[in-house]
Design a protein around this ligand. Structure first.
Ligand code: DC
Length: 235
């Protein structure tokens, strides 16, 4: 997007290994804008929700009951998961097979909050996520990491930390349009997820973008602006 400053910020970022941590509830629009911002800024992109979803898919494929915490935790230790960031079209592989288009099935939607709540599962996936983030930093490329606990748990030391929110009504509309899920199941998932992580209120030092009345482009521009500001502060 020439002329809006993103190319300039993108050039400044090169080689710095910058980390942009983004959290927020579902329906706030964070995945789309996080991905677009990563593309504009020449950063890698990590969708951590996709990792919890891929593990859940694996659990279901193995015929393990998602309510069986010890069995699920054991699978989290051994899951043959690969995460790839191919031209900003992230892919998740299980056993070398691309399963990205299976991650939003009804079955996965229903079970993912249960799986993501187990402490042993979180420990494994957080470890994996930090590893991927560190690899992007070491390569000098940098990364946008998006989820529910990026700003608070996974990379609280990120140079840019953002919470993306939207009014409940707008979130409901966006989620229904996206997933086709009924409101009850979405609300139940949100309720379970918020028992594990606080992602409705910003932690100290985290900037909020309320997207209720914003277009996607405006949100991306705001993220690019915040990154530019952080780069200036770093000198
Ligand atoms: O953002 P999403 O809908 O793809 O997330 C899928 C599930 O994973 C959702 O139930 C929340 C959970 N999740 C999490 O607990 N921690 C993260 N960092 C990302 C997602």
């Amino acid at each position: 997007m020439a002329g809006d400053g993103s190319e300039y910020v993108g050039q400044q970022i090169l080689g710095k290994g910058l980390v942009v941590a983004i959290d927020g509830p579902s329906g706030a629009g964070k995945s789309t804008v996080a991905r677009l911002a990563a593309a504009e800024l020449y950063l890698n992109y990590l969708d951590t929700g996709a990792m919890y979803r891929a593990l859940t898919l694996y659990v279901l494929k193995q015929g393990v009951d998602p309510d069986d915490e010890p069995a699920v935790t054991e699978l989290a230790r051994t899951v043959p998961m690969t995460v790839e960031d191919v031209a900003h079209a992230p892919r998740v592989l299980l056993d070398g097979k691309n399963v990205t288009n299976q991650l939003h099935s009804k079955e996965v939607n229903q079970a993912v909050s249960t799986v993501a709540a187990y402490p042993g599962v979180r420990a494994e996936l957080i470890n994996f996520q930090r590893h991927l983030i560190q690899a992007a930093v070491n390569s000098g490329r940098g990364i946008v990491a998006e989820g529910r606990d990026m700003t608070t748990v996974v990379v609280p030391g990120a140079q840019v930390r953002i919470l993306i929110t939207a009014s409940e009504e707008v979130r409901k509309q966006r989620r229904a349009a996206q997933s086709g899920m009924n409101e009850d199941s979405i609300e139940e998932r949100d309720r379970k997820d918020s028992e594990v992580n606080e992602f409705m209120e910003p932690a100290p030092g985290v900037s909020v973008i309320d997207t209720t009345h914003m277009t996607e482009k405006q949100v991306v521009d705001q993220i690019v602006f915040m990154v530019g500001h952080a780069l200036k502060a770093e000198g």
